[in-house]
Design a protein around this ligand. Sequence first.
Ligand SMILES: Nc1ncnc2c1ncn2[C@@H]1O[C@H](COP(=O)(O)OP(=O)(O)OP(=O)(O)O)[C@@H](O)[C@H]1O
Length: 230
Amino acid sequence: MPISFHECGFGHRRGSRLFTDLDLLLPQGRTALVGPNGSGKSTLLGLAASLFHPRAGRVSYRGLDPALRRDRARYRALVGWMPQDVRPLPGLTAREQVGYAGWLKGLPRREAWRRAPAALETVGLGELAGESCAALSGGQLRRVGLAQTLVHDAEVILLDEPTAGLDPEQRDRFREILAGRDGHVVVATHDTGGLADLYDSVVALGPGGVAYAGPAAGWAAAGGPALRGV
Ligand SMILES: Nc1ncnc2c1ncn2[C@@H]1O[C@H](COP(=O)(O)OP(=O)(O)OP(=O)(O)O)[C@@H](O)[C@H]1O
């Protein structure tokens, strides 16, 4: 089941238009979202995560439209999102921050607390579960952000530049986590080397909107990074 963007229009400011009549399906599997700075990758993820809603058209998943109050909580429970800048919540340990994220997504409080260590273990931070998030490095904090998306078994995971600032070992670990996931993962990335090895699909944003949306193998054949300013 894809996340669908149907005739979406959006701009951050009144009168500005980043997307006009955007029709796009983010399919099941691993999708890389690529494009130059400012092309709208984070905004697209934000729309899919229901941080904000399109001014025209609609985003939907499993028939749920997050712009509608009645659908929003169910939609958000199905979708995990990791922002580009993961922030430490004041006074919380890594386990508390991950557990809190799970609770916000609808897990019962105890269940969220119980699951948090396993999510941290998956991202290689098991030993730092009791550490204050404010004391973690930038790369460690990004891994807390990743654990936050894993804790509640979201069907769809949206990751905004998850490998930025990670050391080579952690990049490899991230690739392993990604390769091991069956579900639906969309990753905004500037890391365009070897996309076809890691991803099933590529969505490339260029100055005029979507420059390519299709199989990862086809993206290289269509011109890859040279494609219409991508
Ligand atoms: N909160 C905001 N308020 C106003 N304009 C914004 C906001 N967020 C993004 N923009 C603008 O929207 C456009 C798309 O930004 P976005 O961050 O989605 O691009 P991006 O492809 O993710 O860029 P990058 O590769 O640098 O992360 C840019 O022109 C940016 O200045």
